[in-house]
Design a protein around this ligand. Structure first.
Ligand code: GTP
Length: 429
């Protein structure tokens, strides 16, 4: 019998530079997992949630990014702020969503944790971790998985991993990743709990089979024979074994794949702040600026009292907002300057951009279907079947300078451009 202690860990799968392609050009400047949403890096939301669960003592980030200054300083900041042990475990290449877990099993299992959380980095959620932890503890079996799931609409579900649950026992009886025909409207949220034996036994067996296959077939079609896909190689096989359980959540949930979905996630996280820490949101104040709905303003930002901000706006560090400026449903990244009377709607304004006076930078927001209660936003395609840009939010890459009195509509502007002409539905290279 194994001695169980009450110590838990967490793993965040952060991917690497060849991931996050739908997030370009923003992911050219910063690894997508530390792109700020609602004022803090995407994975800081996960870490903050972990820091509120006393059992979680350590968070491991697994990925194949170079360990750059940016990543280092994020980890240093997060360690100090949350008093957690946080480590970066660097894969030698893309080992898939489960290969890194197996590769770093000794580090993950050191100190004999009772169980560990696994998170996809690109999910937005308010992470009810204590509840999930107690749910996992309430189930039996040394080698069990808890998988967090939420409802989607029938048509949207097919873009996700779909689960069938035995509602009496909460067992997952079936799992199919992105099925071609409808399986279930219950979808995988990319948040899991594993007991250590899943790594020691089941993953070890999957890994062994991989090794045998790659010996038989040479390297096969992958340069990384150690790569394992959690969804298709572990979860699909585990379903129906009586050892995988479904924790259903009705909390907010979304994926952050494209820039448009970052705007949506920004809105979801700001709505969570309103419930859990309203003090961080901008207050309405008769001396202005005018605040509509949820707005987050970094303490170093300067905003003219005649500006109108919101709903769903985040202003980063040292952002400057001029007189009469209007911003809604947008993220304005650090160092950007919005000059007097410009208007920014449904847009991500990149670091140190400048928007000229009376210019209008506008995108089209993608929203969940208002008539479908479980609708999510599908954060996918940039182009339709004809190769045309699907109208979406506007994104200005780093240090873009928009001249005064220009209109930019549903466009993606690559970094360091000077824009002197109007544009609509374009990618400006
Ligand atoms: P797509 O819709 O095709 O993007 O699939 P998905 O939503 O299942 O996402 P994907 O499997 O690509 O990634 C899920 C999570 O795992 C994300 O947080 C990725 O950053 C992370 N991830 C993906 N591949 C790897 C990998 O090779 N290594 C590590 N460490 N993380 C990965």
């Amino acid at each position: 019998m194994r001695i169980q202690n009450n110590m838990w860990k967490a793993v965040i799968l952060i991917g690497g530079p060849d991931k996050g392609t739908r997030f370009r050009p923003l992911s050219l400047d910063v690894p997508k997992p530390i792109f700020p949403v609602a004022g803090i890096p995407m994975i800081q939301h996960h870490i903050e949630a972990c820091s509120k669960v006393p059992e979680i003592k350590e968070v491991n980030l697994i990925g194949f990014f170079h360990y750059t200054e940016m990543l280092k300083s994020f980890i240093t900041m997060a360690k100090q702020k949350y008093s957690l042990s946080i480590k970066y475990l660097s894969e030698y290449g893309p080992l898939g969503t489960a290969g890194g877990l197996y590769h770093f099993r000794d580090q993950i299992l050191s100190g004999t944790p009772e169980a560990f959380f696994v998170f996809n980095s690109d999910v937005c959620c308010n992470f009810p971790l204590s509840d999930i932890l107690h749910f996992h503890q309430s189930k039996n079996g040394d080698n069990r998985i808890t998988i967090v799931a939420t409802e989607a609409t029938h048509s949207e579900s097919m873009s996700y991993g779909c689960l069938v649950e035995d509602e009496n026992t909460n067992e997952a009886t079936h799992y199919v990743e992105k099925p071609e025909t409808f399986v279930s409207s219950l979808i995988n949220c990319g948040v899991y709990v594993f007991t250590p034996d899943v790594l020691r036994c089941y993953m070890a067996e999957v890994f062994r089979q991989h090794q045998e296959e790659s010996l038989e077939m040479g390297m096969g079609d992958s340069n990384f024979p150690d790569a394992i896909k959690l969804e298709t190689e572990i979860l699909a096989g585990y379903a129906g074994s009586g050892k995988m359980f479904v924790y259903k959540t009705k909390e907010i949930w979304g994926q952050i794949k494209s820039a448009a979905s970052a705007i949506h996630a920004n809105k979801l996280y700001l709505s969570v702040y309103r419930r859990t820490k309203p003090e961080v949101l901008a207050k309405k104040n008769p001396d202005g600026p005018i605040i509509r709905g949820d707005v987050f303003i970094h303490e170093s930002a300067s905003v003219d009292p005649t500006a109108v901000l919101g709903p769903n706006v985040t202003l980063g560090e040292n952002v400057e907002i001029g007189a009469g400026v209007r911003v809604s449903n947008s993220i304005v990244l650090s160092g950007a300057k919005l000059n007097d009377h410009c208007c920014v709607l449904n847009t991500i304004i990149g670091w140190k951009c400048k928007v000229g006076e009376w210019s209008r930078v506008e995108g089209t927001a993608q929203q969940p279907d208002p008539n479908a209660p479980y609708s999510k936003i599908i954060s996918g395609q940039l182009f339709n079947e004809d190769g045309r840009l699907i109208p979406s939010i506007t994104v200005l890459g780093r240090e873009v300078d928009v001249a005064p009195e220009i209109i930019i509509l549903n466009s993606i502007v690559l970094p360091n451009k000077n824009i002197h002409a109007n544009s609509k539905n374009q990618i400006i290279l």
